[in-house]
Design a protein around this ligand. Structure first.
Ligand code: PLP
Length: 412
């Protein structure tokens, strides 16, 4: 095992183990929308087998549920926390297919792939649907939603994505909430890639269901997600479910009952890792401190990428610090697959784009990564551009001043 990081990560470094290392001798780092780079101590928390009814495990489930509410903090009198097996999409599907009654109608706000996925989920379950779609570089505002609600009949629920990870856009969830509430609808927020690093006022925004997952800003490993729900909204989901396994009300009722266990096999190791991830979030100083680290990562990334000649897709005021989309350079030698592959070989995993009309790639700044890791990534990108014969800065000739140091690896 590697020694802890030396640059102030509280001893929970992303140092990794022998099997994770690339040629540089460093662990591979994920600059993606998730799953993310996690600390060694989070991974180590999984080295224990427990049964589904083990009292230690049930105590962990109780603790994780109440600690998630405390992050808001969301009052336990008003809000509940339900854990659900599966990736983030399963949890979104659980909410959509459980919250909306047979005679309900969903307005889905779409400015990216994850909003589109919510609409698709409603269609699959035969839920009455209205879609308000705007371009992927346009932020949802209260006015946009107010206008649509005024011209649409009988919407019972409105769903929006907080950080639309497709682009990196941060929608105005808190501004839209009172508009939804004023129209008498229940508000569903997919906060998958923002919860844990961007404070969200659930009560003030009248959010009925807020959804996130273990392997995003809390820095756990994949395997389950969770719903923070207004208790009355959750109670009114009773009997609505269109599926057995994703019945949100039943899942909650089982967790609240006598033994408080999962209805079906729980992702035990993932939950053990998540408990450790919550410890590390507390040690870091909570949601604001975590968001501050990610913001520093994002600022360092954008500055460095601009210096290298890359163009950012979104306007700065719409952009989250979670993930950033960069336009493909027009340089004839740029080919994303090769760019990606070369970076991967050096131990840096970036992500393809997901926009429907623009050619972009994405770099995430969340997970157990620090500014020093971003700087290492930027050195690697410089090196790869040189190797590919690409100079985006407009300067004449090769930029030998940008030649990398021998080892561009990440943290240690
Ligand atoms: C905003 C948002 N919603 C939903 C999802 C889907 O989550 P998963 O890929 O874990 O199913 C993601 C994944 O990145 C996301 O960013």
């Amino acid at each position: 095992m590697q020694p802890p990081l030396s640059y102030g990560d509280g001893g929970h470094g992303n140092g990794g183990n022998e099997a994770m290392k690339v040629e540089t001798g460093k662990p591979r780092l994920l600059f993606t929308p998730g799953p993310l780079t996690t600390s060694v101590s989070v991974k180590e928390a999984m080295l224990r087998d427990l049964g589904s009814l083990d009292s230690d495990f049930l105590a962990t489930v109780r603790s994780v549920r109440s600690r998630l509410l405390a992050l808001g903090p969301y009052s336990p009198e008003e809000f509940e926390c339900v854990l659900m097996q599966g990736s983030g999409t399963f949890v979104v599907e659980s909410v959509i297919s459980s919250a909306i009654p047979r005679n309900g109608k969903l307005l889905a706000l779409v400015n990216g792939a994850y909003g589109r996925r919510i609409a698709q989920t409603a269609r699959i379950h035969g839920i009455a649907l209205d879609v308000l779609e705007v371009p992927e570089n346009t932020r949802f505002t209260p006015a946009l939603v107010r206008n649509r609600l005024a011209s649409t009949e009988e919407v019972s629920h409105v769903a929006v994505v907080h950080c639309e990870t497709t682009s990196g856009m941060l929608n105005d969830v808190e501004g839209i909430g009172p508009v939804v509430h004023g129209a008498g609808a229940a508000y569903i927020v997919d906060a998958m890639s923002s919860f844990g690093a961007v404070p969200i006022d659930m009560a003030g925004a009248h959010i009925a269901f807020l959804i996130s997952s273990a392997n995003k800003c809390i820095e756990g490993v994949p395997g389950f997600g969770f719903v923070l729900a207004n208790r009355r909204a959750l109670e009114s989901a009773r009997g609505n479910a269109r599926t057995l396994s994703l019945d949100l009300y039943d899942q909650w009722a089982s967790m609240e009952a006598d033994k408080g266990h999962f209805r079906f096999t729980p992702p035990i190791h993932t939950i053990l890792a998540f408990e450790q991830a919550l410890n590390e979030l507390d040690e870091e100083g909570g949601v604001r401190a975590r968001g501050e680290r990610y913001r520093r990562n994002h600022v360092a990334l954008c500055r460095g990428m601009r210096e290298l000649g890359f163009e950012i897709y979104l306007d700065e005021e719409d952009q989250s610090f979670v993930i950033t989309s960069f336009r493909y350079p027009t340089h004839p030698a740029f080919e994303f697959a090769e760019f990606y592959e070369r970076l991967w070989r050096l131990g840096f995993v970036i992500y393809p784009g997901k926009l429907s009309r623009e050619s972009c790639f994405r770099i995430g700044t969340i997970g157990r990564i620090f500014v020093a890791d971003i700087e290492a990534l930027l050195v690697a990108i410089r090196r790869v551009l040189l190797e590919m014969g690409i100079d985006l800065t407009g300067a004449a000739g090769a930029r030998h001043d940008l030649l990398p140091v021998d080892d561009p690896g990440g943290s240690e």
